[in-house]
Design a protein around this ligand. Structure first.
Ligand code: SF4
Length: 372
């Protein structure tokens, strides 16, 4: 249990159910509470009509409708992107980013999709991250804490007050599979009766936590997996993703095979392009050989220099050449994010807390990326 002054979110479902059952109140009241507070976000949960008396005092003492609050909100000039700076009750902050796509534009039309009805929310799962990927701003923070299921769901609640959300990507701060229980619980709420999101519109991105890759296909059927690969050999991957030492490439690819055997889903492979590091022709061929027999979409992501490491972005010309080798020689379905250094939707580690959205990034629709 936490300190007396801290309260749980009503979306911390396991705690809420346990507390209700402890006082003899049926867990079905959880749905009544959520429905009411979503329709009336300014109401406190204990004011929900029809709650048993025993539940009112308990909820008043231990729960809040929202434990977090939006401290800042910034929308790009063209209206495609909105960043929410969300303060947790402990005082720490995370970001959630809303990206809007035009559902009317054709797939892979070669340009950004302005406005329109599809909105994707990029959520954070941790404050900071312990994985230490060498291109990543969040990785330099170390791990400051795990978000609860309620804090994860609250990002959706806040964003839904800005625009209706259709897709969720776990590509904000943190390694989602290192906060597995809360992420699974949060997604189960998002895809449940109240929020009703389709599992196929949710993508969990990992840098490769092998034991959890093996369990996620069973725990979250229908949800998409994105794998942040960034290198096709163990040696190179260890330079970019230090945790590859604990989760070596051959075991990671075996885990990917097992995941796909169970899930039967196409996997999005994320690859941040770092000039002179992982963008040579030789590396392209190694990557093609590694991926050609897998059901994947490879997403080449221009490195975002705002993440302030020593890396440099690959030139547009080299990106195109790299893609041609993957596509033309190895037949790997490969896409490129177009806007150099601005794409906040690319992968975990490409979301930068202090980066302004005034110059809006061009966006690729995650729904297209994950479709089979
Ligand atoms: S890239 Fe992702 S997994 Fe790696 S340190 Fe950054 S947030 Fe963590």
């Amino acid at each position: 249990m936490e300190q007396a002054s801290r309260k749980y979110s009503v979306f911390d479902v396991e705690v809420l159910k346990w507390e209700l059952e402890r006082i003899g109140v049926k867990a079905l009241h959880v749905f009544t509470i959520w429905t009411h507070v979503l329709a009336h976000p300014d109401t406190e949960a204990h004011d929900v009509p029809g709650l048993p008396f025993a539940a009112i005092d308990m909820i008043k003492e231990k729960f809040k409708t929202l434990t977090s609050q939006v401290k800042d909100q910034e929308t790009s000039a063209d209206g495609t992107t909105t960043k929410l700076l969300i303060q947790l009750q402990g005082g720490q902050s995370v970001e959630a980013v809303i990206m809007r796509h035009d559902a009317g534009a054709g797939k892979y039309a070669g340009g950004p999709r302005q406005g329109g009805s599809r909105a994707t929310l990029c959520v954070s799962s941790q404050v900071g991250c312990q994985m230490g990927c060498t291109f990543c701003a969040t990785g330099t923070m170390g791990l400051k804490g795990n978000l609860s299921a309620g804090e994860i769901v609250e990002q959706l609640v806040h964003a839904s007050q800005v625009t209706p959300i259709r897709n969720i990507v776990f590509m904000g701060m943190g390694e989602p599979l290192n906060n597995y229980k809360s992420v699974v619980e949060g997604i189960q709420i998002m895809t449940g009766r109240c929020f009703g999101l389709s599992p196929s519109h949710i993508t969990v991105s990992t840098v490769g936590v092998i034991p959890r890759i093996l369990s996620i296909a069973n725990d979250l059927p229908g949800v998409n997996l994105a794998l942040s690969l960034h290198a096709p050999t163990q040696e190179l991957r260890c330079q970019i993703v230090p945790t590859a030492k604990a989760y070596p490439l051959h075991k990671l690819m075996a885990a990917l095979n097992s995941y796909q055997t169970i899930s039967r889903r196409r996997v999005l492979v994320e690859y941040v392009m770092l000039a002179g590091i992982n963008d040579s022709d030789e590396v392209a061929h190694q990557l093609g050989t590694l991926l050609k027999d897998h059901n994947v979409t490879l997403n080449l992501i221009p490195y975002n220099p705002a993440t302030s490491s020593d890396y440099k972005p690959t030139s547009q010309e080299d990106l195109t050449r790299f893609q041609k080798i993957l596509r033309g020689v190895h037949g790997v379905r490969t896409t490129i994010r177009q806007e150099m250094g601005q794409d906040i939707a690319g992968a975990c580690g490409q979301l930068v807390i202090s980066q302004s959205v005034k110059q809006s990034p061009k966006l690729t629709d995650i729904e297209d990326m994950c479709s089979s």
